[in-house]
Design a binder for this molecule. Structure first.
Ligand SMILES: Cc1ncc(COP(=O)(O)O)c(C=O)c1O
Length: 427
């Protein structure tokens, strides 16, 4: 029988060091919001493979769809020999995508590929080079992804030079002292000194920043971006790879704000555990690119499309958006109650949108100095106590909760109790 320790040794010998890991155990099986390691120990999973299990591990509809697909077709490459499930998935995604215009979709494998292709579409359509991105934004690890992303260590350091024509502006964020006025001034300065608006192809932003620490955009900020894009013919791209597919209690986080982007990148949870990402958005922008201009061997692979269609079915048949809103409320209430306890002076902020929740840990409530060390300690203790957590934020002082919308209230409450006990122990 394998043990965690023997596998750890084999992993260290055989797997590249750059592939980091946070868990001290090796997973053997998983079900909904729970994971078991190779020694039979159980963990509650508040991470879901970093936001890929919005409908839980091995949802029965997803498992059945994959098994059925396996019996008929595993891969042909859609661009050589198309299949119905890809078309069906595009239809389903277009149908749930908000906005009063014709929509089109296309599929890839990793989230980062969706971002790359959104850049291609925006540059081709506008015939312009420049891209706008924001502080604390994260958009993947490819070269364009790194250029758009804000985290230097360990994602970017040593990998330069990075692509040109990318400009980073402040993401308005009250808790960290950045106002919308600061952002507006930065745009004005950019236009005046470095890049005229008629040179900008696209603005990339996350409605809720994931890696960057669950910073939630305001309606006023998104309205401002929409206004800028309309005025200057810039493409507005919402990266919903982490915030989408029901995570916030709406299919797309942008629905909370009632503003339509031009293109949206999706990934992670759309595949119910299988690798698939995509772009959905305005047909007249997407269809500017002639046949053959975009694609890839595995994009929208039949197994992944089958799984993604099952994810869509689960959202409809199990009323998961509503469940997500209710679960988010339960988590938010619990976290807010925790934050009022005197012994938890270290909780600087509790925030969330729907079921995308976080606590930010600080050394001092007044100065809001981040405490990444404490967050790492909490995650480590939680793991020992049977709860998988993942941190976020530029100094990793934010604990983000990515609870499956399908989890039972009992399991979620058990997980929250472990979080509270771990925080108590770490403090
Ligand atoms: C908002 C956002 N965009 C892009 C990506 C990159 O996706 P992937 O790791 O699947 O390439 C991520 C991954 O965490 C993400 O959260």
């Amino acid at each position: 029988m394998h043990t965690n320790q023997s596998l750890e040794h084999r992993r260290d010998t055989a797997v590249a060091k750059a592939i980091a890991y946070s868990a001290t155990f090796v997973a053997a099986r998983a079900e909904n919001a729970e994971v078991w390691d190779v020694e039979g120990n159980r963990y509650i999973d508040f991470c879901g493979g970093i936001g890929c299990q919005n409908i839980g591990h091995r949802h029965p509809l997803v498992v059945k769809a994959i098994k059925d697909q396996l019996d008929t077709l595993t891969h042909t490459c859609f661009q050589v020999t198309p299949y119905e499930s890809y078309i069906s998935l595009a239809e389903r995604l277009n149908a749930v995508y908000p906005g009063d215009f014709q929509k089109k979709s296309m599929f890839f494998s990793a989230g980062g590929e969706a971002v790359e292709n959104a850049i291609k579409i925006a540059r081709y359509y506008t015939k312009r080079p420049a891209l706008i991105t924001f502080t604390n934004g994260y958009h993947g690890r490819s070269y364009m992804g790194m250029a758009l992303s804000a985290r230097m260590v360990p994602f970017k350091q040593g990998f330069g030079p990075f692509p040109a024509d990318v400009f980073r502006l402040p993401f308005p964020d009250d808790f960290h002292g950045v106002s919308l006025e600061d952002t507006k001034r930065a745009f004005e300065l950019l236009f005046r000194s470095d890049c005229a608006p008629d040179q900008i192809a696209a603005i990339f932003f996350e409605p809720v920043q994931g890696e960057g620490g669950y910073n939630i955009a305001t309606k006023e900020f998104i309205e401002y971006l929409r206004m800028l894009c309309d005025e200057h013919g810039i493409i507005l791209v919402a990266d919903e790879i982490q915030s989408g597919m029901g995570r916030t209690g709406k299919m797309f986080a942008m629905e909370h704000f009632g503003i339509d982007p031009d293109l949206t990148c999706v990934g992670k949870s759309i595949g119910g555990g299988l690798p698939i990402s995509g772009i959905v958005g305005k047909a007249d922008i997407i269809d500017n690119i002639p046949p053959g201009g975009l694609g890839g061997t595995f994009g929208g692979n039949p197994m992944a499309c089958a799984a993604a269609l099952a994810v869509m079915d689960a959202f409809e048949s199990e009323n998961l958006l509503q469940k997500g809103l209710e679960m988010g409320e339960l988590i938010d209430q619990y976290l807010n109650k925790m934050a009022t306890r005197n012994s938890f002076d270290c909780i600087g902020d509790v925030r969330g949108l729907g079921c995308m929740n976080a606590i930010e840990l600080v050394k001092d409530k007044e100065t809001r100095e981040p405490d990444g060390e404490l967050a790492a300690k909490v995650a480590q203790i939680a793991l020992k106590n049977g709860l998988i957590l993942v941190t976020a934020g530029p100094t990793r002082n934010v604990i983000r909760l990515l609870v499956p919308l399908t989890a039972s209230k009992e399991v979620v409450t058990e997980g929250l109790n472990i979080l509270e006990a771990s925080l108590e122990e770490a403090c």
